[in-house]
Write a protein that binds this ligand. Structure first.
Ligand SMILES: [Fe+2]
Ligand SMILES: [Fe+2]
Length: 158
């Protein structure tokens, strides 16, 4: 089994996703579910191919899969979810066989996905893919969304 698939099947990962889903069951804005994680992974990987990055597919998928896993904690105790995802993600990555170096690369990118500071190569990829994954052009909640209008994905861009 590849390690990204191990994440998908990991008990803790599933439990955190379920907790987030419970908090988001009446949410009208973007969800932080497995679809969003997979969309982010695929877009990040496509971008890495275009940019000829030397990051491995498994590391890119791992970062995308866990980048919002802490969203449940944000709902429960207001921990910013990039921090919560790094805290909860560490245990998942350990259980799925990622090395310490790989884990640090992934968690750094996760922490960087909501900052404006300079990002690592994986953090930059994750940040861009995360934003591109959102279907603003089809969203009925756009009028009250806190995203800046100029940041919304309103056209097919490639
Ligand atoms: Fe996020
Ligand atoms: Fe996200």
């Amino acid at each position: 089994m590849n390690r990204a698939d191990k994440i998908l099947k990991n008990k803790k990962f599933r439990a955190y996703l379920n907790r987030t889903a419970e908090h988001e069951k009446n949410r009208i804005y973007c969800l932080h579910d497995i679809r969003h994680a997979m969309d982010t992974a695929r877009i990040a990987y496509i971008k890495s191919l275009e940019e000829r990055s030397d990051l491995s597919k498994e590391i890119i998928y791992a970062a995308a899969l866990i980048h919002d896993i802490g969203r449940c904690m944000q709902y429960e105790d207001r921990t910013p979810h990039e921090k919560a995802s790094a805290i909860l993600g560490r245990g998942i990555l350990e259980e799925c066989g990622f090395t310490e170096t790989e884990t640090e690369t992934i968690l750094t990118a996760v922490l960087e996905h909501r900052t404006d500071k300079e990002r690592s190569p994986l953090g930059k990829l994750l940040f861009e893919a995360d934003n591109l994954s959102r279907m603003c052009m089809l969203c009925g909640a756009r009028a009250t969304c806190k995203w800046k209008k100029e940041d919304m994905n309103m056209e097919v861009s490639y």
